[in-house]
Design a binder for this molecule. Sequence first.
Ligand code: ATP
Length: 364
Amino acid sequence: MSIQPVLNDVAAPGSDRQSVVSFRDIAKDYGAFKAVSTMSLDIRRGELVCLLGPSGCGKTTTLRMLAGFIDPTHGQILIDGTDVTKVPAYKRDVGIVFQNYALFPHMTVAKNVEYGLNNIGMKKKDRRDRVEEMLSRVELLHLQDRYPRALSGGQQQRVALARALALQPKVLLLDEPFSNLDAQLRVRLREDLHGLIRSLDMTTVFVTHDQEEALTLADRVVVMNQGKVEQIGTPEEIYDAPATRFVAEFIGSCSLLEGHFDNQCGFLSDAGLALPVTGRSGKAIAAIRPEYIRKADEMPGAASYPAIVEASEYLGATTRLQIRLGGEKLLMDARFPVGQKPNPGDELSVAIDPAGIRFVPAKT
Ligand code: ATP
């Protein structure tokens, strides 16, 4: 089944947040291979949009089409209402931070940031002021005379950011901006970057395969898979209301139960587990996040099911259990008093919170 993304978002009534970037039926083929299938998307001023998906899903190709490095096979790209589809990269008014930062090794920090300003013929005094302003923004003014080799990964990233922002682009593009950094630095720089982009009200598109990065940074996430857009939504929407099986599986953890709606049972999984839902028909897949399966005594009044624990993993705040309910295997997160964590083979009475049961199409 083809997924038709809900796109062309319009700004909220009364909002002056018009689109800065518009993809109109954009696609990229390499011979018979569709790297990016037809997609449309409007990005509002100041919005932070993330292209998220596994390796090879087409996210970098999409970013590069917007940057002007790859020509789309068909479709149009608009920046601030102007069709830039045939406009070369250097004239598109986009700032780019590459995955490896691509700093000029023989230039100081200040010269790196100044580089693009030279190219547009800005006067020396104005260039100096702009470099100073940008380096202050990223808190690197004190390192302006250093060379990139004498900077940490995080500092290099900030120089690349200052260089991209110095030209005051209409759109900022970030290609896997945190992939070269260690885990702790990633989290800290994520917060810094978020604050900086917000303070500049900069329209930003970034690419990542890291869902945590997408969920914490983005206003909207475009989930891609094999060149197709699976869903576009806020982080809450893609986590809480996945539109497809792929999104349910790719974002967070989820138990998926194939089955059909049944007049008597509600939803009946193929392995015989009945879920109390009403008003639907046909085949579907029930998607249940681990936090919606509880110990039965935590949900008095709810239908309870006898389960067998198959595996348990202590995660600190919670314990992740793999349980068997009839013929279905499910994941649940629960808290247990110290020393009372269940072991494989133990019986456990569980309840499924109806508020956490979602359905996605059976065939996607
Ligand atoms: P990654 O996270 O690994 O960078 P991605 O989602 O960014 O993955 P893309 O770089 O957009 O993926 O590539 C999408 C698909 O297009 C991949 O299957 C890739 O092999 C293919 N592709 C990219 N460039 C070319 C090319 N020049 N010729 C043929 N196929 C290409």
